[in-house]
Design a protein around this ligand. Sequence first.
Ligand code: BGC
Length: 700
Amino acid sequence: MTLDEKLQLVHGNLTLQNLVGPRGAGLWVLGIPRLGIPDLLLADGPTGAGDGLGQATALPSSIASAASWDLDEAYKYGQVIGKEISAFGMNVNLGGNVNLIGREPRDGRTFETKGEDPFLAGEITAAHLRAIQDQYVIAGVKHFALNDQETARTTANAVIDERSARESDLLAFEIALKDSNAQMVMCAYDLVNESYSCGNDHLLNGVLKGDWGFNGFVLSDAFATPSSVASATAGLDQEQPGQYMFGGLWVPESLSAAVQNGDLLLSRLNNMVHRILRAMYAAGVFDHPATVQSIDAAGDAAIAQEIEEQGAVLLKNANGQLPLNSSNFASIVVIGSHADVGVLSGGGSAQVIPVGGAALTLPPDCPAYTPGLGGLACTNASQIFDPSSPLAAIRAKVPAGATVTFNDGTDSAAAATLAASSSVAIVFVSQWESEGMDLQDLSFSGDQDALVAAVATANPHTIVVLENGGAQVMPWLGSVSAVLEAWYPGQRGGEAIANILFGSVNPSGKLPITFPASVNDLPRPTIPIPSPPDSTAPFNIDYTIEGFNVGYKWYQAQNIQPLFAFGYGLSYTTFSITNLQLAPNATAASGLQVSFDLTNTGSLAGAEVAQVYLGFPSAIGFSDGIGEPAKRLVGWSKVPLQPGAQQHVTVNVDANSSSHPLSYWNTSTNSWVVAQGDYTVYVGNSSDNVSSAGIFQVSP
Ligand code: BGC
């Protein structure tokens, strides 16, 4: 390859004169026909094929996929993304958002992520990525690393110690990459310990390419390249969107001059090019070129519905209010959130234009203050409702003679009056979020809390359905009879919600993120902002406050009771977990095996997610605030069971797996080290509802 050909592969081609690439790609790298190297055509999409390429299947939000705790369903989720990205003729997917936003549940991109636990988030993401790459589309993870709030994301400096980083955010990336063989990593806008992520030698050369042996390529988030030669030397392999007019630093002239005067080693440029080409071969981009074709809209919509049915989480169900039965059917009132036309979706670069087009488009609901943004700003986004009407789906479920009325919820008193004369009230509340903004708190916006309270006062059979991207607080929780967390439910959200409300589907989702009782319980009760607010100088976010105790580990360590714990979720049936046993004579080398009997003790078929947590030897610095070792998730099994059926379940915890389940990051040896001492093994159906299966001893 000539020097010019090499330089061509390491940057994108967006210019003011050239805003759209081949096949409508928003980001692209031109190929080299002389050498048979195809164009790299990049498309967003953690929740479906994005970037306005055309109408695509709007999947439920990624956090719903995580809430399914089902790796087969997660694979199907990625398969839809990969197939549709490829059908638009693209060959790189910019999905794989595995930022551990449990650090900041107000993050406006929570819906794109997989929650707060590195093991669950890493494994769900890995399943997405495997499926995408099986469609010959290069899959990747983002945003590396610690890009856990949107506010001032281009100047935020994540302050964190090495052990905490390795055991939390970095671990999620490590698992996602190692268990998928994904070929791309997008570095983030923020700084980590005072070095911009895309020029961070420790993160890119040290951790990613060194310790993890990552062979693929690192591309910059859009406009996130902090320097030219220094970033290349620090491990960045490709700049996006490149080149002139947009602050692009890797214009061919600059890098070519640097190579010629020796500032950039030719061997490094060769390595950048080698990584990009190697990734293209590894993912099958050369052998299986993407061809433009129509998507399988019907088949993919069915998968979207299935994922929502597996990922919705039943949070409350007093007196068996759900599923609805004939005594509730006489008159149903459906209230709020435009449930007559569709379901809400999340905004920003993860936005999908749904098949059938938006049912409703509203202006963005941006907080007043979102300074210092790079890339997409909240004000450029829209609130898009996917065309799947819960009202229509509910109407389709009731017998002839029953009435289902709709009230838009803008007048609480009118809604309450209708509710008072109805047998049951179903209130939809929603919270829009987007890239380029953070939520100011965890309350539902506008008058929605007052609406729910008024309706609940008028009707004792009030069911609340939530359409949102992450954790919420619910001041009215005590006065309603049922709550269903539907997340952003996607292309067939209405049908999935109706199937759950009427019992055609028994809910089995579990929360992948803690719902705190109040923002005051968060490690940072207010979102860090620059000072003064319009400053463009880097400002610190102190992630050493919670360190590796992200999400449920923080609540354990502080001995704070959340509203709903990580791993929590109800079913229409009941389960018992009995006969807990640890395999005898287990060693750290053999790993540990825990087995138990899981029984469906109720009268309906359903699935339970049995979760295995490990309490570490207290000497290595974990504590739950009440003197017991803090627990972390090390395994789970989702088991479908007929009423009365029992299954003996075994969960293996392999010390050598990518999640390092028995290890902590030892900063003296710079390596994972199995801790010596007593580990308590817990099994349960939520992080705060577990029983001890015994002690696993690791001796010197
Ligand atoms: C986002 C990325 C996205 C990129 C390209 C940026 O604003 O942070 O997640 O992939 O834009 O659209």
